[in-house]
Design a protein around this ligand. Structure first.
Ligand code: SF4
Length: 695
């Protein structure tokens, strides 16, 4: 194979040359003819396809990077892999340009001038900090430095914290999906944090997903932010699309499965203000006024309840619909009931109470033969009083009726369909037709990730969650499945998911086999990648656990009544700005750009402005790097060699391996004893481990 020198600049130059030649092709016809004859004598091009994983979104489709004569030229789908058997999307194809030939790529470490002066002993920390406070938000005082200088600055600051018994004042923030979360959080970041004695938190609640997450969390008790949401399109008879364009802007593995359902004849109800690609396939398209989907969903829920389309067995078995709720809004507990008045023994453990239609008396949830779904009852309590209770489903119906009645009053109409149609500005006949499809065919809603963040967004997603529960479309055939990454080194979540899915339903339903069966059946085709366990850290030797900022903050937040007390941004704000529950002074961000990601970007900026030191490790300049004191270049995914996890939205249990585009050249050089460092760039974290000793 012909040896070539490889650099990004060469690749860019090649691209530019091709463009220029194309533009003057008329003039160069003769030269081209000569080149063609020379080409006939030239050796055949060396073309290799390097298997890799797309890193442009969390779906992690399998790809090939075509390398021609040592230069990467094209990304194409790996059609042997189930995730990308039907192709990849435009984002994935453009990965060479947007991720790797990106003109905004960070190529060298950078630091603010004041920090260089400080580490060289020219100015005090107080003076350095004064200058940092003035310059954050811009790049004017940034200078390129070598890795050694960048790491010396970080090490000096960390040593100061260690000497002052403030190791916990440093924390890592990392992006929450894909290889960043799984591999780095599990191994390098976690080990560094463990060894140094600091914590790690994640920006896993970007606010574009937060409303949906919150809505589902308080409705289902399962927000599935870090999990994989799959729809069993194969069994779906109707699909309700809300606030997303599955066909035009989805991930490919989700989109082609969605389209298979549509082509098979599944009815499609689309709520979208614009006539997008998904709306163009709709059985009924409701062009709702932005932010009014909640009115439409309430009408659907009322239609389902009034016309008996809810799935009774599902509601009794898997939901709290039959639980008896007291007048103060709290559920009645078995420990409160005077069971002797009903000739029943008191249950041994904790239990909620339902009204058993078989005995016409209260009963612990697990004991009742036929729990009433609707009704108002009186229950004798141990303290001698009588509790007036209603089933949770009765209260839900009352709330839905009351809200729709208020909407009808607002629009001066009687009928709830007419009220919802006016609120959403849609045709009433289309609305009724949509409600009938949703109810009759028990529609499933692909809930995806993002949300446009209207003030009623959490309630909108609550309504979606309730509708899916009423129709028995959660963790059931034809429904949504709240899965997770199958192998997540730091979480063991698959085991937890079994709790929800009982008999491994997702894989039984979608793939026809369980995960274990799949592994057994396909073992020869599955390459096992040995993962070297990280070196034992202090906690493995029995040292006290490092205080985790978010968890400590959550203890207080829960007392203050936060519905979802794991708000990493609020926790960091209170820690950095107000020193609660302890002061955080140094933040290391990798694979995350919190400023645009979080709804209140000014709050994030305030966090950054109040730090002693902000280090950002990323592939390109972005909003957050403008506030960094040290910027470290990360490796874009086409240059990585790692173990990507099964992608979200994909029901296929698969382990994928990513090879860097220069893999063949790299192996050749290794075999020839060339130095590895000539082709790779240090990630910084690896090198940082060496400096830890000085802390
Ligand atoms: S859907 Fe697949 S190809 Fe498209 S950006 Fe996401 S991972 Fe890449």
């Amino acid at each position: 194979m012909q040896r070539t020198s490889i650099s990004r600049r060469d690749v860019l130059k090649t691209g530019i040359t091709i463009g220029v030649l194309g533009g003057v092709s008329g003039i160069l016809l003769k030269a081209a003819a000569e080149a063609a004859s020379a080409k006939a004598e030239a050796p055949a091009a060396n073309i290799v396809s390097i298997p890799s994983i797309c890193g442009m979104c969390m779906a992690q489709c399998a790809i090939y990077i075509n390398v021609v004569n040592g230069k990467p030229v094209r990304i194409r789908p790996n059609t042997n892999a189930p995730t990308s058997a039907m192709g990849i999307c435009a984002r994935g194809v453009s990965g060479t340009f947007t991720a790797w030939l990106n003109p905004d790529a960070i190529k060298k470490p950078m630091a603010r001038r004041a920090l260089v002066d400080w580490v060289e002993g020219k100015i005090s920390w107080e003076e350095a900090k004064r200058q940092l406070m003035q310059s954050r938000g811009g790049y004017d005082d940034m200078v390129e430095v070598d890795w050694k200088t960048a790491i010396e600055i970080i090490a000096k600051k960390l040593k100061e914290l260690a000497d002052n018994n403030e190791r916990h004042a440093m924390t890592f923030l990392f992006g929450a999906w894909g290889p960043t979360a799984s591999m780095r959080a599990a191994v390098s970041i976690r080990r560094f944090a463990d060894t140094y004695g600091c914590g790690q938190i994640t920006f896993d609640n970007p606010y574009c997903t937060y409303p949906r997450y919150l809505g589902h969390w308080v409705t289902w008790g399962h927000g599935h932010q870090a999990h994989t949401v799959c729809v069993d399109y194969k069994e779906a008879e109707a699909i309700l699309v809300i606030r997303r364009n599955v066909i035009g802007a989805g991930v490919v593995s989700d989109t082609w499965r969605f389209m298979e359902a549509v082509k098979k004849g599944a009815k499609l109800v689309v709520l979208s203000p614009v006539f997008d690609e998904t709306a163009s396939y709709a059985t009924v398209w409701l062009p709702v006024k932005p932010g009014t989907d909640l009115a439409v969903l309430l009408a659907f829920i009322k239609y389902v309840l009034d016309n008996g389309y809810y799935v009774e067995h599902y509601l009794r078995t898997f939901t709290n619909a039959p639980f008896l709720i007291k007048e103060n809004g709290l559920p009645l507990l078995a420990s409160e009931v005077a069971w002797d008045k009903y000739n029943m023994a008191e249950p041994a453990g904790f239990a909620y109470v339902v009204w058993d239609l078989a005995t016409n008396a209260p009963a612990p949830d697990a004991v009742a033969k036929t729990a009433a779904l609707f009704g108002q009852f009186e229950v004798q309590l141990r303290d001698g009083t009588v509790a007036r209770v209603k089933t949770a489903l009765t209260i839900l119906k009352e709330w839905v009726d009351a809200n729709l009645a208020a909407l009808a009053k607002k629009h001066g109409v009687e009928d709830y369909f007419e009220a919802a149609a006016r609120e959403a500005d849609v045709n009433i006949d289309d609305l009724k037709k949509a409600a009938e499809i949703v109810a009759k065919y028990r529609a499933v809603a692909p809930i995806g990730w993002h949300d446009p963040r209207y003030s009623n967004s959490p309630q909108t997603w609550r309504a979606v969650g309730i509708l899916l529960a009423l129709l028995g479309r959660i963790q059931q055939p034809g429904g949504i499945f709240l899965l997770t990454h199958l192998i997540m080194p730091y979480a063991g979540i698959y085991t937890k998911v079994l709790k929800y899915t009982r008999k491994d339903v997702p894989y039984k339903t979608i793939r026809g086999m369980t995960f274990s069966e799949y592994i057994s059946a396909n073992l020869p085709a599955i390459y096992a990648i040995p993962l070297a366990p990280p070196l034992p850290g202090p906690s493995d030797r029995g040292a006290a656990p490092v205080p985790a900022l978010v968890e400590e903050w959550a203890i207080e937040a829960e007392k203050r009544g936060y519905l979802y007390p794991y708000d990493t941004v609020q926790a960091l704000y209170e820690s950095v700005v107000h020193g609660k529950p302890f002061k955080t002074k140094v933040v290391f961000i990798t694979g995350s750009n919190p400023i645009p990601q979080i709804g209140n970007s000014r709050l994030v900026e305030e966090i950054f402005r109040n730090l002693d030191l902000l280090i950002v490790h990323d592939v390109q300049f972005n909003d957050t790097t403008a506030f960094a004191d040290i910027i470290l270049p990360d490796i874009p995914y086409p240059e990585r060699m790692d173990l990507a996890l099964p992608g979200p939205f994909s029901p296929f249990p698969a382990i994928s391996v990513r090879f860097p585009w220069y893999y063949e050249e790299y192996m050749n050089r290794l075999q020839q004893g060339k130095r590895r460092a000539s082709l790779t760039r240090s990630s910084g974290l690896e090198t940082g481990g060496l400096y830890l000793r000085s802390c």
